[in-house]
Ligand binder design. Structure first.
Ligand code: AMP
Length: 281
């Protein structure tokens, strides 16, 4: 049976359309310029839920003053067509006024987990993320919400916020979708020049080198960080911002890998900042 996807712009339109959705509602929040990574979340939600809602909102409060907000790529028409093909029932495309009405002054902040890694490199980023996700959750009222492992720390922070604030929402984290050469899909890959695009596989290669060492029995976390750093240093176009081998849940840097852990990194290729990670089980 063909269903027409509903597109809601205002909060009122969203509320009216939400009332018509049946059963378990799965929610996929995005900033648009969609790729196969985003679509994999929508498909998973489609498989697991009676109704699927997606949102497209480029959230200004998670960008730093020197970051790429104004040039963040957008293509709403294409995004809507991709979401419709993935079987999404309802798309919400709120504007800045709706999400941040004049005089806005209420924030949601997760302590601790937001300090290292992305939090250290991008002050205020996670406060913007947790605030907007709270607002999206409140408006959409999903029972499940789908996030990508690509943004591992974001997923950990959202899980923590959901537990701490007793949101009645199950957080589902889905695997990172990659290009054929290993580069993790990202809207920001569109900024890369052809030379930078080729060089960008260095993140995947560095993670793979560390994971192979782990699989051969290496458990010294400093050694794994060193392998990632050395691999990144072999690519002249890549500027490392951080590499990490941390506890999967707390994100504390490890001395020895014992339980579930996260290898992660942030790397500049020219002006474009890319992140990627592998989980060690
Ligand atoms: P964004 O539009 O960048 O805010 O991403 C929206 C959602 O898609 C987030 O939960 C991301 O973690 C997820 N996502 C982005 N890239 C990928 C990818 N390559 N594979 C899986 N999920 C992804």
């Amino acid at each position: 049976m063909d269903r027409q996807m509903i597109i809601a712009a205002s909060l009122e339109e969203l509320g009216a359309a939400r009332l018509l959705l049946d059963g378990i509602v799965g929610f996929v929040p995005t900033m648009g310029y969609l790729h196969e990574g985003h679509i994999s979340l929508a498909r998973r939600a489609r498989e697991e839920c009676q109704s699927v809602v997606a949102s497209i909102f480029v959230n200004p409060t998670q960008f730093g003053p020197a970051e790429d907000l104004s040039k963040y790529p957008r293509d709403l028409k294409r995004d809507l067509s991709l979401l419709e093909s993935a079987g999404v029932d309802l798309v919400w495309t709120p504007d800045n006024e709706t999400m941040y009405p004049p005089g806005f002054s209420t924030w949601v902040e997760v302590e601790g987990l937001t300090k290292p890694l992305e939090g250290a490199s991008r002050p205020g980023h996670f406060r913007g993320v947790t605030t907007v996700v709270t607002k999206l959750f409140n408006a959409v009222q999903p029972q499940r919400a789908y996030f990508g492992q690509k943004d591992a720390q974001q997923a950990a922070v959202i899980r923590k916020m959901t537990r701490d604030l007793n949101f009645p929402i199950e957080i589902v984290v889905c695997p990172t979708v990659r290009e054929a050469d290993g580069l993790a899909m990202s809207s920001r890959n569109s900024y890369l020049s052809p030379e930078e695009r080729k060089a960008a596989t260095i993140l995947f290669r560095a993670l793979t080198a560390a994971k192979s060492a782990y699989e051969r029995g290496e458990r010294d976390a400093e050694e794994l960080r060193k392998i990632m750093k050395e691999t990144l240093a072999s690519e002249p176009r890549a500027q490392m911002q951080y590499v990490s081998c941390a506890d999967y849940d707390t994100l504390d840097e490890l001395e020895t890998v014992t339980g579930k852990s996260l290898l992660s990194m942030a790397v500049f290729l020219g002006k474009t900042r890319l992140i990627d990670n592998f989980v060690l089980e």
